[in-house]
Design a protein around this ligand. Structure first.
Ligand code: NAD
Length: 298
């Protein structure tokens, strides 16, 4: 892997984190977004990243100064990719926006540039044609708060070049990620293929009135040694996301349990602004949720 110049398209929740992490690890990073106002916002978010990097990674002032030297910004797509070895796409999770973006990108990017998508729920095969370079396109999926939860799931589609895949694995390691290669396309990658069924089973138990969230979490934590139970995880994910996922599932399947779940989440959480860790209350109250008490599992 001889990547030096990395372009991040989209400086939202994940994009600015990926940009900062990549610059911190010594790559030349260009941040691209739709206009300069959005880019200004990204710049101010980088300042708050410094505090997190100092606290969580013991980053030094020198390392952080160097990180800023490695970052440049532009809202001109052709300029953003002119020397890019790798482009990381983190634009909104909307197939139409992504296809439109890849169509424009394909016209201005150099032939050598590899494209990766950070999409959480869409498959690379959906966009391979739009990129104009299917063999140099795959998914590189990060998790929120990437400097702490440093997983990078790497997933190609049927015609991704194995050498390109290997290079992206090496790049993920070079920016401090735990590289997790998948052998084939899988909706939800590995993490969400495991996590979504667990969280869904937990809410089904609650809505069916089998047990309370605390009892369900205690069961999972004690029996598996996991530090968090499913309801504590739901608070981290955020009840709004959980509500939206269940709402879509209820509309698509008309499943009675899902319809009940949507009503329950709306009345008990959404309408009361109990949205999880972010608002100080969800299934647990923060900053001192009961599952952190030393006697929770006694
Ligand atoms: P976001 O909405 O916070 O940010 C998207 C950014 O893209 C914004 O800055 C927006 O201005 C910009 N944008 C919009 N249209 C654009 C275009 N045509 N060209 C370039 N930039 C454009 O979204 P996000 O949460 O950062 O998600 C981005 C991607 O990352 C999605 O595919 C999502 O599935 C994935 N992802 C998100 C998370 C998460 O926790 N938020 C985790 C893993 C992966």
């Amino acid at each position: 892997m001889n990547y030096k110049n990395i372009t991040i398209a989209g400086s939202g929740v994940l994009g600015y984190q990926i940009a900062f992490q990549t610059a911190f690890h010594g790559f030349n990073v260009t941040v691209y977004d739709i206009n300069d106002t959005v880019l200004e916002k990204a710049k101010s978010k980088f300042k708050s990243m410094c505090e997190a990097f100092k606290k969580d990674l013991n980053a030094t002032e020198q390392e952080l100064d160097k990180t800023f030297e490695n970052l440049r910004y532009t809202s001109d797509l052709a300029d953003a990719v002119k020397d890019a070895d790798l482009l990381i796409e983190a634009v909104p999770e909307n197939p139409k926006i992504k296809i439109d973006f890849y169509n424009k990108l394909a016209k201005v990017a150099s032939e050598k540039t590899v494209f990766v998508t950070n999409s959480s729920t869409l498959l690379p095969s959906q966009f391979a044609d739009a990129t104009g370079r299917p063999s140099k396109f795959l998914a590189l999926h990060f998790a929120n708060t990437i400097w702490i939860h440093n997983t990078a799931e790497i997933m190609g589609h049927a015609t991704t070049d194995p050498k390109v895949f290997k290079d992206v694995v090496a790049f993920a390691k070079a920016i401090g990620m735990l590289a997790l290669p998948l052998n084939k396309e899988q909706p939800g990658y590995i993490l969400n293929s495991l996590l979504v069924p667990l969280l869904s089973a937990a809410t089904n138990l609650l809505i069916s009135e089998v047990a309370t969230p605390e009892i369900i979490d205690k069961t999972w934590m004690k029996a598996t040694g996991a530090p968090l139970g499913p309801f504590a995880i739901l608070d981290v994910v955020g009840i709004t996301t959980v509500y939206n996922i269940n709402k879509t599932a209820a509309e698509n399947t008309k499943d009675e349990l899902k319809i009940k779940t949507v009503k329950y989440l709306k009345e008990n959480f959404i309408d009361k602004n109990k949205l999880g860790v972010s608002t100080g209350e969800g299934f647990y109250k923060y900053p001192n949720p009961t599952y952190k008490n030393s006697d929770f599992l006694k």
